[in-house]
Design a protein around this ligand. Structure first.
Ligand SMILES: C[S@@+](CC[C@H](N)C(=O)[O-])C[C@H]1O[C@@H](n2cnc3c(N)ncnc32)[C@H](O)[C@@H]1O
Length: 313
């Protein structure tokens, strides 16, 4: 803990040297591999500090004080993400993601920029605050493709869909099982002057919708797959390490000839080789095109937590 001030300063200077500002005001300022069990994301003057290990109350106070002394942030919110928290049934939402900042004036809704695209962030609302910084170059890639018909599955706040729309895609459908994040996605569209037709923000289970699109004979030129690595539903447990290849197979009937699939997986326990092999095993006709890099504000890891891959038929 004693060298936290030095670690923070070094990490901050490293981000400064990337020259992300002013076009990008949302970035990772401190990653787990450089830190003491914590990460720090920044949106403008607001920091979002996440703890991945348990700290005593005294240690927490030392961390907050050091952060306030060393970094030029007005307000900092806290998220607690210790692995054990998932197993503690009575862990309160307020403890995991306190609504109020640990210091500074509340900034419950703020607008952040990523390559000049605007996004709405809610730093105190939930563990996820509106966007994942590590996917920045994948969103850029989607914008640059300008594929005519795009399907953004597991859309969350519709970052991929928004970028496809901004890039000139004609039809963009976002699918998510949460109405709240789809509404949030509409707010992101509106912030950037894009139209929000209800038909483009589809509520429901992705696998059900893949079947429905197939039945309707809909076709897409780019399909974005970015599921959570683990989920439990009425249908059972879904795990990226065993079920991802099958999910890809379910998208193929609605992927146009010459279409592309952006398959992403955020799971440190799966290597890039394992991820590609799994997709290949279940989909021998699909061709691997390339992988996309994680944003440069995430220090290079030997085996990245995030796999971003492009496939074609
Ligand atoms: C990892 S986030 C996706 C991040 C998003 N692609 C982005 O770039 O910001 C996972 C999302 O999948 C949604 N989700 C989880 N299971 C789902 C399902 N079976 N059908 C539809 N959406 C689902 C969650 O509501 C959540 O918004």
């Amino acid at each position: 803990m004693s060298d936290l001030a030095a670690t923070l300063t070094q990490a901050w200077n490293r981000r400064k040297a990337l020259n992300l500002l002013p076009d990008t005001t949302f970035f990772r300022a401190l990653h787990l591999t450089e830190s003491h069990g914590m990460t720090l994301d920044v949106v403008g003057q607001v920091g979002i500090l996440s703890f991945y290990q348990h700290f005593s109350e005294a240690q927490e106070q030392t961390i907050f004080g050091t952060l306030q002394r060393v970094l030029p942030l007005e307000t900092v919110y806290l998220k607690r993400r210790p692995v054990e928290a998932r197993h503690v049934t009575n862990t309160s939402r307020e403890w995991l993601s306190p609504e109020h900042p640990i210091y500074g004036p509340p900034q419950s809704e703020i607008i952040g920029l990523e390559q000049q695209v605007k996004y709405l962030f809610r730093p105190g609302s939930d563990l996820s605050v509106g966007l994942f910084a590590d996917m920045r170059l994948a969103r850029q890639w989607v914008r640059e493709q300008a594929a005519p018909r795009v399907l953004n599955t597991f859309s969350y706040t519709c970052g991929f869909g928004l970028n496809a729309t901004l890039g000139g895609s004609q039809t963009v459908k976002n699918v998510d099982a949460s109405r709240k994040v789809l509404e949030w996605g509409k707010e992101n569209y509106t912030l950037n002057g894009c139209e929000t037709a209800d038909l483009d923000f589809i509520y429901g289970d992705v696998q059900e919708w893949l079947k429905r699109f197939h039945k309707r004979e809909d076709q897409f030129d780019l399909i974005v797959l970015d599921p959570p690595s683990f989920s439990r539903s009425k249908k059972g447990i879904w795990r990226a390490e065993t079920h991802y290849g099958q999910l890809v197979s379910e998208t193929l009937p609605i992927l146009s000839k010459g279409g592309m699939l952006l398959a992403c997986c955020n799971h440190a326990g799966i290597s890039m080789a394992q991820f590609k092999n799994q997709i290949r095993k279940d989909n021998p006709g699909l061709k691997f095109h390339r992988s996309l890099p994680v944003s440069p504000d995430f220090p290079a890891e030997q085996e990245s937590h995030l796999k971003i891959t492009v496939w074609g038929r």
